[in-house]
Design a protein around this ligand. Structure first.
Ligand code: DAH
Length: 335
């Protein structure tokens, strides 16, 4: 009998436990009710009476030995698992994303517009946001006291400590840049003029007190209305795709004659509607004269479009204020 217990002691001693599975196998083999240590104990009846005490003691020692080995191995395994978890967490998870900045949807739209006109051979020019009455109105053939000046909801600029209204305004459109350009450079001219404009309007889903326009001007000998139409159609097709539905209708601006507006169809066939995206026309002879260009020698066309409107139609945005709230939940959609 003592041979049996000795053999079992050696066996228990030599077992290696390095995985949870091996630990469980060890428990079943030596420590469970049907395990080898318990079954030794059940044989105590067949041991000679004088040896029983010593045998019982040996079996108890075996049980202790196995229990200790089990506890040690189990503690070791647990601590190993913890370090693995702490060191790397789950290495199969995707890496945490690092947030990056992105261009505002208006900047992206402006880039797109510029790209189209670069391809058509236009340069880019700019002018001041604080304009004088001459460039914003007079040179553009707005008669003095003409209601069109009111039509534009102008922010007039007043000198500090004075009730006197100066002749400065926050420009109501980018058309004054045409005047500056024609004063600076001789035709032929082909340029677009993007920039911020201001209107004293109440803020709604459709209008904001400031917005952006892109002005266009093309002056040369014998420029025709057909060329204007071609340019505008090419523009909307390059922005919205060849299938875009558009219409061109007559309109009025003091600085063009004839004048027109272009609408594009927004929405599906039944529920959609026409939305105006730009005004345009043949540059009025009075405008050419105001900057010293001879209308007998040169003609040209001009157009002005709202960048917000183009962006809203492009992306399907239905409230202009979203473009000015700077809410990151909105902005991050324009990757
Ligand atoms: N300046 C006009 C506006 O703000 C837009 C415009 C219309 C510009 C016709 C033009 C043009 O150059 O030819 O409503």
């Amino acid at each position: 009998m003592s041979q049996l217990t000795d053999k079992l002691r050696e066996e228990i001693e030599s077992v290696t436990i390095s995985t949870p599975e091996e630990l469980e196998a060890f428990r079943l083999k030596y420590l469970s009710k049907k395990g080898q240590v318990s079954s030794l104990l059940s044989q105590i009846g067949s041991v000679a009476a004088e040896e029983r005490k010593a045998f019982g003691q040996k079996v108890n020692e075996l049980k202790q030995q196995a229990t200790e080995k089990f506890t040690q191995a189990s503690e070791l395994l647990q601590s190993q698992q913890k370090t693995v978890r702490n060191a790397t967490d789950d290495i199969t998870l995707p890496a945490a994303s690092v947030p990056t900045g992105l261009l505002h949807p208006l900047s992206q739209t402006l880039d797109r517009i510029k790209d189209v006109f670069y391809r058509l051979g236009f340069t880019v020019s700019d002018g001041p946001e604080l304009e004088d009455d001459f460039h914003n109105f007079t040179a553009l053939n707005f008669p003095p006291e003409h209601p069109a000046r009111d039509m534009q909801d102008t922010f007039f600029i007043r000198k500090t400590d004075s009730d006197e209204v100066d002749d400065l305004v926050l420009r109501t459109h980018t058309s004054p840049v045409q005047i500056r350009l024609m004063k600076e450079q001789k035709p032929p001219l082909r340029s677009i003029m993007p920039g911020r404009v201001y209107r004293n309007e109440s803020i709604t889903a459709k209008s904001y007190c400031l917005f952006h326009q892109v002005e266009g001007l093309y002056i040369d000998k014998d420029v025709s209305l057909a060329e204007l139409k071609d340019t505008l159609v090419m523009f909307v097709e390059m922005i919205y795709g060849e299938g875009v539905k558009y219409r061109i209708r007559p309109s009025f601006f003091p600085f063009t004659e004839p004048s027109l507006e272009m609408d594009i169809w927004w929405g599906d066939e039944e529920t959609g509607k026409w939305l105006e995206i730009l005004g345009a026309g043949m540059v009025h002879p009075n405008v050419l004269r105001s900057v010293g260009v001879d209308p007998e020698e040169y003609s040209g066309f001009a157009f002005g479009m709202g960048v917000e409107r183009i962006a809203m139609l492009f992306y399907g945005i239905d409230d202009i204020r979203l473009l000015y709230d700077n809410d990151n939940r909105f902005l991050k959609q324009f990757q």
